[in-house]
Ligand binder design. Structure first.
Ligand SMILES: [Fe+2]
Length: 491
């Protein structure tokens, strides 16, 4: 038996540009644009292997759909991390759970000269017409969306390593703003919201407009945003900032689970940046917020994929994931109702669906911040063992779940693409890059989002390592529409 990880041996994905990959089924005529995905292109550097699914060297993938045909290209992000790995065969910078080999002297010096990794492998964002690969370190790598060539590093100075950020900025096209949450570590640590005016290209650093001091910062992967509020959900997975500055162990291994703290929710006014209220809930952990909205009763409702504790992080170490019977704790869709007035009572999250789910996605363009969000897509484990092997669709109102799965197949994040004239929320398709472990190849799966059945698939000749996040841009076709061949990397 194999798993979504072991099939490929953790090795390097080939870099290719394929102008017309085979399509089984018929793609909808309206479906035009490019899916760009980010993730690890390899876990192996020289004779060393990264230790965790969230490590690895960033690789971008682009599937361009046009006229019922599909082209594909992939390319490593040309970062310093990548160049040193390729040219010198060594891991040069600390990642989520892997550190470079260092002498005690080098470790001591790292306190004074920390270096953030630039392997921006986790997500993609388009901000003020810049296409950015995002990492949790405060480094954004700009790339050309057509060729996937790396343009340069945007954002903060990489020597300013007293910060980490989320890879899930919220984008509001109506208000022309992008908002992200940064954690600053130091003698006085703080959570800081930064806002970018997306009509002002070149100002990718943004302005600080809300902050809150914190003694032991939490590991925070995303945050909530409603029409009127921003929400930090501060899980009891926290770090003493001094241990981060000393850097004696990999980043995430400095954090400690302290459930007695509970999970703290901090609400800020989105217009003024002022702190509105903080409340405490039962302890839980989450990577991903799903949605937040302001309800009629003056509460902020926060939906996220939550776990009873943070042990899911440990289950993503590669030595665990390569075991066929790996057990990944199931995250479930949970709802917090945060009253903004009245008694400050302890909150209990409501489990909306018992279905295990991760990498949640929605019709973000139309339903983000909406109280009427009905459909949440995600990946899930069918039984109680193994890696994510099905796509699920949870109806939040009806509290029902439907699933897609196929033998030996491991789907990645589902990205919803709505039919432009849609009148119902799930009128569109769900795109997912699926690893077929039996064949040792991957394919782009196109599901009818309404019926959750397959419409088409576009088949790659090679496997794609399990990635994280991607975005679909319906106006991104570029000059490399099917029929033209892109030069392969290095040629
Ligand atoms: Fe994420």
């Amino acid at each position: 038996m194999t798993t979504g990880f072991a099939v490929h041996g953790f090795g390097e994905s080939p870099e290719v540009a394929l102008d017309d990959i085979p399509v089984r089924g018929v793609l909808p005529e309206w479906l035009t644009g490019s899916l760009i995905r980010n993730g690890p292109g390899t876990f192996q550097v020289g004779d060393r292997r990264y230790r965790h699914w969230f490590d690895g060297l960033a690789m971008l993938h682009r599937f361009t759909i046009h006229g019922g045909r599909v082209s594909y290209a992939n390319r490593f992000l040309e970062t310093e991390s990548y160049r040193i790995a390729r040219d010198e065969g060594r891991i040069a910078f600390p990642e989520f759970a892997t550190d470079p080999c260092r002498s005690m002297f080098a470790r001591a010096m790292a306190v004074f000269d920390p270096q953030a990794t630039d392997s921006a492998k986790v997500n993609i964002a388009r901000v003020a017409d810049h296409y950015l690969a995002l990492a949790e370190t405060p480094i954004q790598v700009e790339f050309d969306p057509e060729t996937l060539r790396t343009v340069g590093v945007a954002g903060w100075d990489r020597s300013d390593f007293g910060r980490m950020t989320t890879v899930h900025p919220h984008l509001d096209e109506e208000r022309h703003e992008a908002i992200n949450l940064v954690t600053r570590y130091g003698a006085v640590s703080s959570y800081v919201f930064r806002r970018i005016d997306t009509t002002a290209p070149g100002l990718l650093q943004g302005d600080t407009f809300a902050s809150r001091a914190v003694r032991e910062p939490s590991y925070i992967h995303s945050f909530g945003m409603s029409e009127r509020h921003l929400v930090i959900v501060e899980f009891p997975l926290v770090v003493n900032p001094i241990s981060l500055l000393l850097w004696l162990r990999p980043y995430i291994e400095n954090f400690r689970w302290k459930p007695s703290r509970g999970t703290r929710i901090h609400v800020f006014d989105r217009a003024s940046g002022e702190h509105v209220r903080s409340v405490t809930a039962d302890p839980f952990f989450a990577f991903h917020h799903v949605n937040a909205y302001d309800d009629e009763d003056g509460a902020v409702v926060v939906d996220l994929v939550a776990y009873d504790d943070a042990s899911v992080i440990e289950s993503f170490y590669l030595h665990r994931l390569s075991e066929p019977d790996v057990q990944i704790p199931p995250g479930t869709l949970r709802r917090l109702r945060v009253p903004l007035s009245g008694p400050n009572e302890r909150l209990h999250a409501e489990v909306i669906s018992p279905t295990g789910i991760e990498l949640p996605s929605i019709d973000y363009a139309r339903r983000n911040t909406s109280p009427h969000l009905r459909v949440v897509y995600g990946i899930s484990v069918r039984g109680d063992r193994g890696f994510y092997d099905q796509l699920v669709k949870i109806d939040v109102e009806a509290r029902t779940t439907v699933a897609w799965h196929e033998a030996d197949c491991y789907p990645g994040e589902g990205v919803f693409v709505g039919r432009p004239e849609r009148m119902t929320e799930d009128d569109g398709v769900l795109l997912s890059v699926v690893l077929d472990a039996a064949r040792g190849t991957s394919f782009l799966l196109v599901l009818d989002a309404a019926t959750f059945t397959e419409i088409a698939r576009a088949e790659l000749p090679h496997p794609v390592l399990m990635g994280y996040h991607g975005q679909f841009y319906d106006d991104l076709l570029g000059s490399d529409r099917p029929g033209q061949v892109l030069p392969a990397h290095g040629s």
